[in-house]
Design a protein around this ligand. Sequence first.
Ligand SMILES: N[C@@H](CCC(=O)N[C@@H](CS)C(=O)NCC(=O)O)C(=O)O
Length: 222
Amino acid sequence: MRILYHLPLSPYSRKVRLVLGEKRLPFELKIERVWENRPEYLDRNPAGTVPMLQEENGLCIPHSWVICEYLEEAYPDTPLLGRTLAERVEVRRLVAWFDEKFGGEVSRPLLNEKVMKRISRRGNPDGAALRAGYAHIRGHLPYIDWLAETRQWLAGNMLSMADFAAAAHLSCLDYIGDVDWARAPAAKDWYARIKSRPCFRALLQDRVTGINPPAHYADLDF
Ligand SMILES: N[C@@H](CCC(=O)N[C@@H](CS)C(=O)NCC(=O)O)C(=O)O
């Protein structure tokens, strides 16, 4: 069986889970406690990060974008990267924006401070990092709202990896109660649409010991 090494509140792992689910590729999840630096894991992924995908034939593929590109090439039946060159550029641009800009300025500080430090017992949240993360999400939410308002899906007319990258980050932040959906009604409608897809179900059932999501987290009509 194909194995995805992951952490439940890792946006990069969630993006791959959604892409695998949308492509209807069966997989088993294994939690990797990255802070333990397991030598057997580092041998296969020297970066020591999640996600990493291990195919049934033993092929190990680290890094969420490398995995997504691999899945698109290996399993093209449900295309998620766009059809034309221009569409593919826009999908890749938005995935990079969510994973690097939004991820670096919002998801990383908020999830590191509120989740990673807690589960790896690495101290208390840093107030300045949290404040910076909150300021950035307030700044970025209107852009996501604008994308959702002006396009059918975030990168255009077609559901794509851009939607899954965005939903992966926002679902982790929603789990910790840090998305003010009232400020972004079009983004909220888009998120409700993507949340109701079958590939999303397992994410809504994730629970992390000691950190409870708000009631609306798993509610499809939130
Ligand atoms: N750019 C990488 C980022 C992966 C990443 O930062 N994963 C985090 C969890 S969300 C992690 O494994 N952190 C542990 C570490 O950096 O040592 C990807 O897309 O896979």
